[in-house]
Every structure is written in structure tokens, then in C-alpha cells.
Design a binder for this molecule. Structure first.
Ligand code: NAD
Length: 370
């Protein structure tokens, strides 16, 4: 079947290939039952690439990622590569891809599926029905700002310093992603910074406000200081729809928000680049969990985060909303039927492995397509 959907799969290390296998099962099902096909290529990254090619990612793989319409990434890393120098670490592969593809907007949904409401450490009443999206700026801010370093002062003491910097275009482009997402959801965007104590935060607020007035007046915009946002996320997380924030605050707040759901093996993410004149943008999708070396090779990893990352890919790179929604509903249905991988196991449920979970998902897809 000819296809114009070019998809690069990079399963990586540890549980990465195991959970990616279940996405392949789903893709085969889509070809048969939905007549959807993809041009799929697959390549090595991370430790697998180090072992085979002596580098965490080759230039050819980076070029393949640039040529693809979307990249589905698994996870990289493991103790056997931990002793290598920083430039040879498996994690360099994902950092290289983010840089080379200009992926500046990291999308982290935090969704509490009804069957897993008790997995959260918060009360079920607080998180039931939660569905928020955090957009984290991911190529600027204090992690990349110059000057940075550690210097020795005249009195012999040492001083470490980093610089938070944001320019207008960096703020605008990530805010646009936030506004566009809000329009497809509940039409509410909360912009988060520390404009009360940081000049870069003040500029952030001014730029978002001006962009809102210029291009997005139909979206409900609010502003919040990052410390208050952390508190509000725990107090009443459902007040949020889309949150857009800086690299540093996004790092912290998205981890906090993901734990509202209580299950690492369930959480997808996307990282997007700028859209070109035709609307096409580089995009990489991956579960937020790592390579889970402690359970790799045992066939017990939860494949749902990888599968939900694929659903995000369908929605944001291929505008296949209907298929994405089907997959998301099938995930909820499988869990509601009482099947659980070990990481989300609950009393009264049946513990299953990666493959059985993947097969059960296909049966739910069958039911939905019937
Ligand atoms: P991790 O996410 O791999 O594992 C944390 C815990 O969650 C472990 O107990 C693991 O068994 C469990 N877990 C993770 N994914 C799971 C799944 N799908 N199903 C069931 N349980 C799951 O984090 P870590 O242990 O800190 O890191 C392990 C390796 O992964 C390190 O080398 C780290 O650098 C790497 N890492 C890679 C990425 C990435 O590829 N983007 C992200 C985070 C960590």
C-alpha cells in the first residue's frame, strides 16, 4: 500500500524494543482493519547504536529523522553504558535529535484514566477525570543560557552560575503551540513564570499577553507564578487545561503533574519543532519512562505509554484524531476489564505481561471498529 506517512521508529534499549513491538502489532491491525499504512523505517539509537556503531546516534540516523514526518522513540540507556564518558552516553542520542530537529516544545499530558484513579497518591476526588497538558519550552532558558560555569573568586571561594535567557521569538513560538493546543481542547491557556522576581519572566508575560491580543483573543488566557502553580497542581489540578512554561519550571511542573496520575508506564509525551510554510513540523514522540533496566527482558513492561505516544503521533503529526481517540479509548477499556501490568497492579485485577496487554488492546480495537 503506498503511503505518504513517513515514520521513523527508534526503539532504543532495555524495554524500548519490547514496548515498541506492541505498537507494531497495532500498526499491522490498522493496515488490516482501517486501511491505514505508513512508510516505516527503523534504526538503532542509544546503547544499541554504541554497541553496533560506536556512537549513540549516527549522522545518517539524524538525517533519517529529519526526513521523516514523525519519529517514534522508545527509550535509551542502561548500566552497561554508564561508565562511558558524557559524549558517549546513550542519552546523547535524544539530546542530539532535539537539537538537530529544533524541537523546542515538549508536550506532557497528565491524564487520569478512570480505572487507574486509585493509583494516584492524591485523593480520587481531586484527580478523577484529570486531563491537562503541560507545554514546556525545551531548548532555551537556564539549561542553555550563557554565561554559565564555576569560577574561583578572589577570596578563594567558588561560585557557580547559570543564566536564564529568553528572547521574544523563543517565547512566542512556544506560546503559539500552547494557544493552538488550547483551541483544540477546552480553550484555556495558563502561562507560568516568575514575573515578580525575574526580568526574563516579565518579558515572558509581556510577550504572551501581546501575542494573545494579536492572534489568540478567543482563547482564555491566565498567568500564574510558578510556585503558585506547583501548589495549585496539587490542590486542584482540574482547574487547568493547557499550561505553557519555561524549560526549568516545565521540568519540575511536568514531573509533578505526571505523578498526579501515579503511573510512569502510562505516560506519553511529544516534542515539536516549528511549523514550516506548509504546516509540516518535525516531531518526536516518546514515553516519559526510561529503559527500565531492572525489568528489561522479562516481558513485563507496560506498553501503554509507548502506545499512547503513538496515539499522540497520529493526532499531532498526521491529524488522525479518530484513530488516536480509538486507541486512547481502547487503553481505558483494557484497564477497565481488569487487566494490569505489574506497575499498575491493583487488588482484584489480573496481572499480565507486555504481550498479553498488547493483544488485549487489539481485541478492544476490534470491538471499537465493529
Ligand atoms: P526508568 O523510567 O527507566 O525506570 C524507573 C522505574 O519505573 C523502574 O522501576 C522501572 O522498572 C519502572 N518502569 C519504567 N518504565 C516502565 C514500564 N513501561 N512498565 C513498567 N515499569 C516501568 O528510569 P531510571 O531507572 O531512572 O532510568 C533507567 C535508564 O533509563 C537510565 O539509563 C536513564 O538514563 C534512562 N532514561 C532514559 C530516558 C529516555 O530514553 N528518554 C528517560 C529517562 C531515563
Amino acid at each position: 500500500m503506498a503511503s505518504n506517512k513517513n515514520l521513523l521508529m527508534l526503539p532504543g534499549d532495555g524495554v524500548g524494543p519490547e514496548v515498541m513491538h506492541e505498537v507494531k502489532r497495532l500498526i499491522d491491525w490498522m493496515a488490516k482493519r482501517r486501511s491505514v499504512s505508513f512508510n516505516i523505517s527503523e534504526d538503532l539509537v542509544g546503547g544499541a547504536s554504541i554497541d553496533a556503531r560506536g556512537t549513540p546516534i549516527t549522522e545518517a540516523t539524524v538525517e533519517a529523522a529529519k526526513a521523516a514526518d514523525a519519529v517514534l522513540f522508545g527509550s535509551v540507556g542502561g548500566p552497561q553504558w554508564d561508565k562511558l564518558g558524557f559524549a558517549m552516553r546513550p542519552e546523547i542520542s535524544i539530546l542530539t535529535l532535539r537539537k538537530e530537529l529544533g524541537l523546542f516544545a515538549n508536550l506532557r499530558p497528565a491524564i487520569v484514566l478512570d480505572p487507574l484513579v486509585d493509583a494516584s497518591t492524591l485523593k480520587a476526588d481531586v484527580v478523577r477525570g484529570l486531563d491537562i497538558m503541560i507545554v514546556r519550552e525545551s531548548t532555551g532558558g537556564v539549561y542553555f543560557g550563557e554565561p554559565r560555569g564555576v569560577e574561583t573568586l578572589p577570596n578563594g571561594e567558588q561560585r557557580g552560575f547559570n543564566t536564564e535567557t529568553y528572547s521574544t521569538h523563543e517565547i512566542e513560538r512556544v506560546a503559539r503551540v500552547g494557544f493552538d493546543l488550547a483551541r483544540k481542547r477546552q480553550n484555556r491557556l495558563c502561562s507560568v513564570e516568575k514575573a515578580n522576581v525575574m526580568e526574563s519572566g516579565l518579558l515572558w508575560r509581556q510577550v504572551v499577553t501581546a501575542l494573545h491580543a494579536r492572534d489568540y483573543a478567543d482563547v482564555e488566557l491566565s498567568h500564574m507564578y510558578a510556585d503558585n502553580c506547583a501548589m495549585q497542581l496539587v490542590r486542584n489540578p482540574r482547574q487547568f487545561d493547557v499550561i505553557v512554561t519555561t524549560n526549568l519550571f516545565g521540568d519540575l511542573l511536568s514531573d509533578l503533574a505526571s505523578m498526579l496520575t501515579g503511573s510512569l508506564g502510562m505516560l506519553p509525551s511529544a516534542t515539536l519543532g516549528a511549523a514550516d510554510a506548509t504546516g509540516r513540523r518535525h516531531a518526536l514522540y516518546e514515553p516519559i519512562h526510561g529503559s527500565a533496566p531492572d525489568i528489561a527482558g522479562k516481558g513485563i513492561a507496560n506498553p501503554l505509554a509507548q502506545i499512547l505516544s503513538f496515539a499522540m503521533l497520529l493526532r499531532y503529526s498526521f491529524e488522525m484524531d479518530e484513530d488516536a481517540t480509538m486507541i486512547e479509548r481502547a487503553c481505558t477499556a483494557v484497564l477497565a476489564s481488569g487487566l494490569r501490568t505489574a506497575d499498575v497492579m491493583a487488588a482484584g485485577c489480573a496481572k499480565v505481561g507486555t504481550q498479553v496487554m498488547g493483544e488485549a488492546l487489539i481485541r478492544e480495537m476490534d470491538k471499537q471498529a465493529a
